[in-house]
Design a protein around this ligand. Structure first.
Ligand SMILES: [Zn+2]
Length: 378
């Protein structure tokens, strides 16, 4: 075989590997029945949330596809003095001018569910957390007394469906047992020639709309907007501004944007926040990883505290924006999907739920410890 022929075969194989039609993607979805504790869709979610008794539920926005984003809140809000928006308060060298967090007796913890619709693990996690707070048991029927007792000492804010259009478009309902190509198809989508957009190239067209686009991945709402990378001062979609409004109004001490990827569970370094907030995220990660180890669950590395910069600096994303409107210690969390790929973190659906619930437990402990030591929020 000539070098040229080998190269052409490699090219052809590469092209096949990098392309997928919608029909092929559908045919690759395993025939299976997902367990009842697994929440893989926004269908039925509104009816489920209507049954909440211990908390309140409110629609904070509607997606371009007409789907609601819900805010579920538990614990009575504590009204405290506020006189300025956060960045003006920082300019005044007095964060309490925005909101006097030290006057509150309970921490406020904010959970932002999947803004990327295929990263469904957090929808399952958050609906199970709601069930624990409501009944003391998760949707498996497992008693969760420690998690519930922690939650009852906090004000909890949960948006389980932060990108309902993307979630609705995600037909597999779980990427567990599928592989990296499925992740790329359902997550980032395809170009018009059926080639997979992939990450991070899928971010080079925004909104993801127009003649270049094939299948719109679940990163995006029905207008092609990725809420993680909205234009925060001139919003392109309704999701990010409504999520930020919750942060601005409530002034959480601790907040998370919940995502998923191929590797072991990891807290990512929040970008464009103070080094103190980065250190808080690192300390929380360390405490969380200890809990995971105790429970025989995997974890990734600790986020480092580093300044912004370099050839490819981190983007100012939704998590960064949450800090800049509320002063929250905020971070992005990545949960494994349970993909079959060789380099993927191998976990099953129950372990994914445990990884989620353990994160929430670590966060609540951390927020309660901070308020007990007199250092709430930032
Ligand atoms: Zn994501």
């Amino acid at each position: 075989m000539s070098i040229c022929t080998a190269a052409m075969i490699a090219l052809a194989l590469g092209a096949a590997d990098d392309a997928m039609t919608y029909r092929e993607a559908k045919s690759r979805i395993p025939v299976r029945e997902l367990p009842t504790f697994w929440i893989g869709d926004v269908a039925g979610l509104a009816a489920r949330l209507e049954r909440i008794e211990r908390g309140t539920v409110r629609v904070i926005a509607r997606s371009p596809g007409g789907r609601p984003l819900h805010l579920v809140a538990f614990g009575t809000p504590e009204p405290v003095a506020r006189a300025a928006n956060f960045n003006s308060a920082i300019g005044a060298r007095d964060a309490s001018a925005y909101l006097d967090k030290s006057a509150r007796t309970k921490p406020v913890v904010y959970f932002i569910g999947p803004v990327h619709g295929h990263e469904i693990e957090a929808l399952t996690g958050l609906v199970n957390l709601i069930e624990v707070i409501e009944t003391g048991r998760d949707l498996r029927g497992t008693e969760q007394p420690a998690l519930r007792a922690l939650a009852d000492q906090c004000r909890i804010l949960i948006v389980p469906d932060a990108n309902p259009d993307g979630i609705a478009r995600f037909e597999p309902r779980a990427l567990y047992g599928m592989d990296g190509r499925d992740l790329r198809f359902w997550g980032q989508g395809t170009w018009a020639d059926d080639s997979l957009c992939g990450w991070p190239e899928c971010k080079a067209l925004h909104p993801m709309a127009g003649p270049r686009v094939g299948f719109v991945g679940c990163y995006f709402n029905d207008a092609g907007v990725n809420p993680m990378h909205d234009e925060f001062t001139a919003p392109m979609g309704p999701e990010a501004p409504s999520l930020l409004e919750v942060a601005r109004e409530e002034g959480p001490d601790l907040a998370v944007s919940l995502h998923s990827f191929e590797a072991a569970p990891a807290l990512l370094r929040p970008a464009y926040v103070t080094t103190e907030v980065q250190e808080q995220a690192r300390a929380l990660a360390a405490a969380y990883y200890v809990l995971l180890e105790e429970r025989g669950l995997p974890h990734g590395g600790l986020p480092n505290v580093v300044p912004e910069g370099g050839l490819h600096p981190a983007p100012f994303n939704l998590a960064s924006a949450v800090y800049h409107v509320s002063g929250a210690t905020v971070f992005t969390f990545e949960c494994p999907h349970g993909l079959t790929s060789e380099k993927a973190c191998a976990v099953d659906l129950e372990q994914i739920l445990d990884i989620q619930l353990t994160l929430y437990e670590a966060m609540l402990r951390f927020a309660l410890d901070a308020i007990a030591s007199g250092k709430p929020g930032s």
